[in-house]
Design a protein around this ligand. Structure first.
Ligand code: MN
Ligand code: MN
Length: 269
């Protein structure tokens, strides 16, 4: 069960700025850059032959009139990888892509725990008239029972509506104000990681559409990733917006997070 990287260039469900559709190519470029080597900190060379597969980018319309078609294509493509016992690591795209990805996971993984890194809970019932906005994916995922458990970490934008949604759906939230903590969440079982880059402080990751001060360091995020004890069956890295980046520093951070997630997935076998 080797990890498969899949680009999901969709940003039509972004509420504020477009840009994340250009992210997969930029993250790959940073990942392959000679500025660093391909070893994960867990002691795995993710650049070794056969360590992971790159399935390229999905061909999407990325048009607001054809979101249903794009979501169906994402679900189909991720489902096809899962049928082959592969472990998809998707590069967004805005955070709306996690909903169709989880639709593909749910029939195959009944006891999934999602570990969701984000400044935002993304639990809106609807946002600016859209129920598939990047502000809504976890409301859709939970009301459709696509995961057994949702643990959110790094949250720092809770409003009343989203507090109520979290309560209604039984979401476990570790707010940023409770961090940094020495104790890491040692989540077990089957784990899906959804990593929104805006969980990081804008000082470390300025290339996002919704920079929210008061966030995590890269070091702290890696600490939380490494502490996961369960089997990582899939992941996504979303919301990188190259149009807002400075000297590609956020692409480098996204590539580092990708390297650590892949390293952990490979090390488990
Ligand atoms: Mn998000
Ligand atoms: Mn966010």
């Amino acid at each position: 069960m080797i990890p498969t990287v899949l680009g999901v260039p969709l940003d039509v469900n972004s509420s504020y700025l477009r840009g994340p559709a250009d992210a997969p190519a930029k993250i790959r470029e940073a990942f392959r850059s000679d500025a660093s080597n391909t070893w994960s900190e867990v002691g795995i060379d993710v650049g070794a032959a056969g360590a992971f597969v790159d399935a390229g980018d999905l061909k999407l319309n990325n048009s607001s009139q054809r979101v249903d078609q794009d979501f169906a294509e994402i679900e189909r493509a991720v489902g096809a990888l899962l049928e082959k016992d592969e472990r998809p690591v998707s590069l967004g795209g805005d955070h709306s892509v996690t909903y169709p990805i989880l639709k593909a996971f749910a029939p195959r993984y009944a006891k999934l725990t999602i570990v969701h890194f984000d400044a935002h809970p993304d639990l809106y019932d609807e946002f600016e008239g859209s129920r598939v906005s990047h502000a809504c994916p976890f409301a859709r995922i939970l009301e459709n029972r696509l995961a057994k458990r949702l643990v959110q970490i790094g949250i720092r934008t809770l409003n009343q509506h989203q507090r109520e949604q979290a309560k209604k759906f039984g979401v476990e939230i570790v707010q940023m104000s409770a961090l940094p903590a020495d104790d890491r969440l040692r989540i077990g079982g089957q784990v899906y990681i959804s990593f929104d880059l805006d969980v990081l402080d804008p000082a470390f990751a300025p290339g996002v559409s919704h920079p929210e001060p008061g966030g995590m360091t890269v070091r702290e995020a890696i600490g939380h990733l490494h502490a996961i004890e369960g089997t990582i069956v899939g992941a996504d890295i979303v919301e990188y917006n190259p149009a807002r980046d400075i000297s590609g520093m956020t692409a480098t951070v996204a590539a580092k997070i990708l390297k650590e997630i892949l390293g952990k997935m490979i090390a488990e076998h």
